[in-house]
Design a protein around this ligand. Structure first.
Ligand code: BG6
Ligand code: MG
Length: 220
């Protein structure tokens, strides 16, 4: 294992289980043009930005929207999603995440967020985890969707660390590909088959032993 000088976290599905809320909102959108969105479809939307997600659903549904309706559909989807996430509290951080962030702070390891979501700062605020991040790169700062490496390269740059010295935590195939395209090590969280391009696999952060982090940052 190569050592890491900085950690970059995806948000949805890594820090908090908002992936499910995105699914429910997209399912509602898809059903409005008669398409039944499945969990398998949703796997291909994880990590992908809002515009590309809608384009993909329209392609599956073999449906077209006029530009103005397309834009309104994005607004409606986000309003539905915002309603679903407004009850998020500190209790909703996934198991082991606050402990890991606190460990990294204690060890003075720089931490960035690398998320496609424009709602990322709001969600971190609900979770009261904002103070743990030295850099936030989210859907408002990037123009290219994962698997493009832009989001993670910007994260490394904001932290002042070389890409090859970063480790990324991701739950999406597109996100794992983005991190590999950035030349970073990646921990894949979830189905090892879906995330087969990751360097390491765990079901979730809760499953990762403390020794793994200690070795990564060369403290063992
Ligand atoms: C990613 C999610 O983190 O953010 C996707 O995995 C989501 O499902 C994307 O579509 C964009 O999020 P938002 O909050 O800007 O619509
Ligand atoms: Mg994710």
């Amino acid at each position: 294992m190569k050592t890491a000088q900085a950690f970059i976290f995806d948000l949805d599905g890594v820090i908090v289980d908002t992936a499910h809320y995105h699914f429910l909102s997209w399912k509602k959108t898809a059903s409005s043009f008669g398409y039944h969105l499945t969990e398998a479809d949703n796997e291909q939307l994880k990590g992908v930005n809002r515009v590309v997600s809608l384009e993909r659903i329209l392609e599956w549904a073999n449906h077209r929207l006029e530009p103005a309706v397309f834009d309104q559909t994005l607004i409606d989807k986000n309003e539905d999603y915002l309603k679903r996430i407004q009850s998020i509290t500190t209790e909703d951080a996934l198991e082991g995440v606050p402990e890991l962030l606190s460990f990294l702070r204690q060890e003075e390891i720089p931490v960035a967020l690398g998320s496609a979501s424009k709602n990322a700062p709001l969600i971190l605020k609900y979770l009261e985890l904002l103070p743990y991040f030295q850099a936030l790169i989210d859907g408002n700062q990037v123009s290219k969707s994962k698997p493009d490496p832009e989001v993670f390269l910007k994260g490394a740059e904001a932290l002042g660390v070389e890409p090859q010295d970063c480790i990324v935590f991701e739950d999406a195939a597109a996100g794992v590909a983005a991190a590999k395209n950035a030349g970073m090590q990646v921990v894949g969280l979830g189905d090892a088959e879906v995330l087969d391009a990751a360097d390491f696999h765990f079901k979730s952060i809760a499953e990762i032993p403390m020794d793994f982090y200690k070795q990564l940052i060369n403290r063992s």
